[in-house]
Ligand binder design. Structure first.
Ligand SMILES: C[C@@H]1N[C@@H](c2cn(-c3ccccc3)nn2)[C@H](O)[C@@H]1O
Length: 455
């Protein structure tokens, strides 16, 4: 039975408008975490902070430098990224094949990368002075990449921020915080009208979770101000504090935002929702960290996650963390280049593609667009046969070829299995050598024969 909700989800099922369809077809995105946390880059005075670099303001205890909080809160006075060139970033993202970018306008520390009228803690009061959000929006739009604005509701710099509302004082303080938050969001939408959506973060604390009505009305106000605006499942909680999906299990917002540094494993995990996965290159660093500890993902780790995401009807967003001077680090630059080279050859298997109702095979992933199946091979079988099992009656493959050079590939009929599904081997020529994942296109036709005739 349905629970009656005033502030639950206001729509079930996928959005069907053209703006959301464009979002659905992106495939690959870029996240950029850039702020004054990029200046310390994960350490200070020769000491290193153990957490995520963009959380370094919360560094405390004996490991933290003396007066760390005061030092951090004054860092903006030295923020002068002389090497910053938004056009260079946009060019690199274009070459990587990103179709959208999510940019941190304000992270949890509350520092605003745009000259907000509602606080002094902004880029306007740094030696740099200029509106970085505008520079990024203009540069990325100029190369045809859509811009989404990351905004952290949690704001450690604001006097009115509370983790929970436990007293009348908390309520009064939080009311001022809510007004401030609404003002900043309307300011962002008004100042950067080409932004296609907002990527909310910092919305898990009880204080915000208790604001079901306020957040619901604010979301409606933003959508009215900017028709088509895309807002994910993280922005608000329902009447009973449920987040991402409401108390009736219906997703809040336009797409699932829960896939942070994590991927669904099957189409069932996706629950028919639009979704994107946001992924760090090192284990768990979003802002610039001068020394990445632990494993750093290779371009092909990331390409496999990208293809897996699209094979499960999602988008994959790779995070970049420029340093305090505005440089994108060498490791990220070479990853962007390698991914871009792969995308130049294989992006037809990504853009506008989605899940194919095919049995998952060990050799890699299916993506589909219309009657074309794209088989991206990560694990080439020793026998060079890509198993394909088609359960959809009356459908058969008629053509197979390498996406890269259109050279034909043989299709062997491998009979039927016990489930009466049709089996095929797509045979990779033994002489074909590739040290990189490759794509085979399989064209499907409704077969003339009527399957029923054989039953
Ligand atoms: C998109 C990413 N979300 C931010 C984050 C993640 N978390 C977090 C907090 C507690 C548990 C797990 C994750 N807190 N903030 C990260 O700082 C980055 O901005």
């Amino acid at each position: 039975t349905q629970i009656s909700l005033k502030h639950g989800s206001h729509r079930s099922g996928k959005r069907t408008d053209a703006t959301m369809q464009r979002w659905r077809e992106y495939g690959l995105g870029q996240f950029i975490h850039w702020g004054i946390y990029s200046i310390p880059g994960g350490g200070w005075d020769g000491k290193t902070y153990g957490g995520a670099a963009e959380w370094i303001r919360s560094w405390s205890g004996k490991d933290a430098p003396n007066d760390w909080r005061k030092t951090y809160d004054n860092l903006y006075k030295q923020f002068n990224p002389v090497d910053f060139n938004a056009n260079k970033w946009a060019e690199q993202a274009k070459n990587m094949g990103a179709k959208y970018v999510i940019f941190t306008t304000k992270h949890h520390d509350g520092f605003c990368m745009w000259p907000s009228k509602y606080t002094e803690y902004t880029i306007a009061n740094t030696p740099y002075k200029k509106d970085i959000v505008k520079e990024v929006v203009d540069a990325y739009n100029k190369v045809g990449i859509d811009v989404y604005l990351y905004f952290s509701v949690m704001d450690w710099s604001h006097q009115g921020w509370r983790y929970d509302i436990k007293s009348p004082e908390d309520s009064i303080a939080f009311e001022s915080f809510k007004k401030f938050t609404r003002n900043q969001l309307l300011e962002l939408l008004t100042s950067y009208p080409s932004a296609k959506g907002l990527w909310f973060d910092g919305t898990w604390d009880k204080s915000w979770v208790k604001q079901a009505e306020f957040a619901d009305e604010l979301e409606t106000e933003m959508r009215t101000l900017r028709p088509g605006l895309i807002i994910g499942s993280r922005f608000r909680a329902d009447d009973f504090g449920k987040r991402h999906v409401d108390s009736n299990g219906v997703m809040m917002g336009d797409y699932e935002q829960g896939w942070e540094r994590n991927l669904p494993n099957s189409i069932e995990d996706v629950h028919g929702h639009d979704w994107d996965c946001v992924m760090t290159i090192p284990d768990n660093q979003w802002g610039y960290n001068s020394h990445w500890k632990g494993y750093v993902k290779t371009p092909y780790n990331l390409i496999e996650m990208l293809v897996k995401s699209v094979s499960l009807s999602g988008n994959f967003v790779i995070n970049f963390g420029p340093d305090g001077k505005g440089n994108i680090r060498q490791e990220e630059t070479s990853i962007a280049k390698e991914i871009g080279d792969w995308m130049k050859t294989n992006n037809e298997a990504i853009y506008g593609c989605s899940h194919a109702d095919m049995k998952k095979q060990d050799w890699g992933y299916f993506t589909q667009k219309g009657r074309k199946l794209y088989l991206t091979v990560f694990n080439r079988p020793i026998n060079n046969c890509l198993n394909v099992e088609i359960s959809e009656k009356g459908v058969k493959p008629t053509k197979a070829y390498f996406l890269a050079n259109k050279l034909p590939v043989a299709i062997q009929d491998a009979g039927k299995n016990k489930q009466n599904n049709n089996l095929y081997n797509i045979v990779i020529p033994a002489k074909y050598i590739s040290d990189k994942p490759f794509v085979i296109v399989l064209e499907l036709e409704e077969s003339q024969t009527n399957e029923k005739a054989y039953q």
